[in-house]
Each structure stands twice: as structure tokens, then as C-alpha cells.
Design a protein around this ligand. Structure first.
Ligand code: ZN
Length: 149
């Protein structure tokens, strides 16, 4: 690649000062690193193509999210036979996480008062060492052993 480097060099009678040498070297390195007009055009085109692709992906994600929200808003969360289509999982904090098996909407039920009391009681027993959980999933509460799925 031919370099087009133009640096004014003062006439010093053949002795190039360190400052001038540094200027020439810096200009040469900068020119060597700079892309050619063709490379610059290719880089610019690549940048535009990537930006366009990113925008397209974002629009697709946005469209998909809107579609999911619309489907969830219109869903009765019931199966065609009228049965509730929600599956649930109680969490250790007493909350119930339910998910619609048709539209995947997640609903969180706050714990009932009975559930809160039960969770607090289990936590109290665990804190007092009365409840243990073995590696194979056996829970022992106040010397009573239970198998947990
Ligand atoms: Zn649903």
C-alpha cells in the first residue's frame, strides 16, 4: 500500500531534529493505520448493514412482544372444555406462581393468611432445628418424616 504522507520538514542542513523525526514517524504510523478510501467505504457499509440488522431484530422482538401481550390479554386462561388452564407452583415465601398453559401469562397470588402462618411456622421449626431436609428429599418436621416430590 502506498502511503501519502506530507510533513513539512524544516531545512536544518541535513541534521533532522528529534522533534521532526517524531513528527514524521507519527504521521507515517497514522497514515499506515488509516483505512484506504475503499476500506473506509467497506467499513461504512458494514456498519450500516449491522445497524440495519440490529433495527430489524429490535422491530421483530417488539412485534413479537406486542403479539404475546395481545394474545395474553385476549386469553380466557381456560381450556376449550372450560377447565382452568393454569398450572401452579407454591413458592417458599408462600406466594403461588401460576402460568397459563395456553398463553404463558404468569400470575402471582399473594399468600393467604393461612399460608403465611404455615410458612412462618415451618420457618420457625427450621430455625429451631426441628425441620431437616435430607439429600434424597426427605423432610423431617418435629420428628415426623415426609417424602417430598
Ligand atoms: Zn392464558
Amino acid at each position: 500500500m502506498a502511503l501519502d504522507v506530507t510533513v513539512p520538514v524544516p531545512h536544518t542542513g541535513g541534521n533532522m531534529s528529534e522533534e521532526t523525526l517524531t513528527r514524521i514517524m507519527t504521521a507515517a504510523i497514522t497514515a499506515a493505520r488509516a483505512p484506504s478510501p475503499e476500506e473506509a467505504a467497506t467499513q461504512e457499509e458494514t456498519k450500516k448493514r449491522l445497524a440495519h440488522r440490529r433495527m430489524t431484530m429490535l422491530r421483530l422482538v417488539e412485534t413479537e412482544q406486542k403479539s404475546i401481550l395481545r394474545r395474553q390479554a385476549l386469553c380466557s386462561h381456560r381450556k376449550p372444555d372450560g377447565e382452568v388452564a393454569m398450572g401452579g407452583q407454591p413458592m417458599a415465601n408462600g406466594r403461588m406462581y401460576k402460568i397459563c398453559l395456553r398463553c404463558q401469562k404468569v400470575l402471582v397470588d399473594e399468600p393467604t393468611q393461612e399460608m403465611t402462618l404455615a410458612v412462618n411456622e415451618l420457618q420457625r421449626q427450621a430455625n429451631e432445628g426441628k425441620m431437616t431436609i435430607s439429600r434424597d428429599g426427605k423432610v423431617t418436621v418435629a420428628d415426623v418424616e415426609m417424602q417430598v416430590r
